[in-house]
Design a binder for this molecule. Sequence first.
Ligand SMILES: [Zn+2]
Length: 247
Amino acid sequence: MYDISIRRPKRHPQTAPPTGNAQSVFYLKHSDKPKTIIKFMKQFLTVGLAKKDKKFESFLEATKKELTAFFNSSVPEPLIFLLESRLELDLIWGQKTEKWVVGGTKNGSIFILDPKVYTQLSSHKDKNDFWKTLKHEYCHIYFRYITKGVNPLWLHEGLASYLADQKKICDDPLDVFSYFDKPGKGLYNAGYFWVDLLIEKFGKAKFLRLIKSLEPKPNLTENIFSARFCKIYGFKFDKNALTKLIK
Ligand SMILES: [Zn+2]
């Protein structure tokens, strides 16, 4: 039996959490127990256990199986918070979120707009996008757990989009160098492009070795990433090499 808890905030808090960046709202470490996370959430939202839902359970079970096989490692099962309003999303992110933002991960938990309001409260028009988003966020849980970070950001977002079958068109693959640790307009497109290329051209084994080499110790700069990449792929992750690859 899948023992994930789907929890649902019931009403808005009387007092909003501190505004500013998300860190000021959420400060729990990944290793903190679910109980601690819920206790913390309860300061801001009324949190309750969601009704049992067969579709959710089987989707999460299948996704967990697939991702565990892909990453060849397992992660603590995330709590999934179904949010019923954009305000809840804004509260959790500590800032006003844009219409295309429908979910995210923090502290080993997934926050996502409830399927009931998913299309209504976002710019996504297809209801099935909800399931792709859920899988995308679940993939982030693995990536963050394994790499203890989110960089390179293009790899983090590209892989989640690739595994969740959120295909993207990329007009400028070399734009990837803008997204090592900063988001931007072409982040998902460039990320998808390079993840797809690396996996299809050089195989999954090398790709997984790359993911498992991303530990930020002492810190993961672009140069350190390029050197670790070179050890695995035999060429540096730089403009010259990438230009040759896409010729
Ligand atoms: Zn993402």
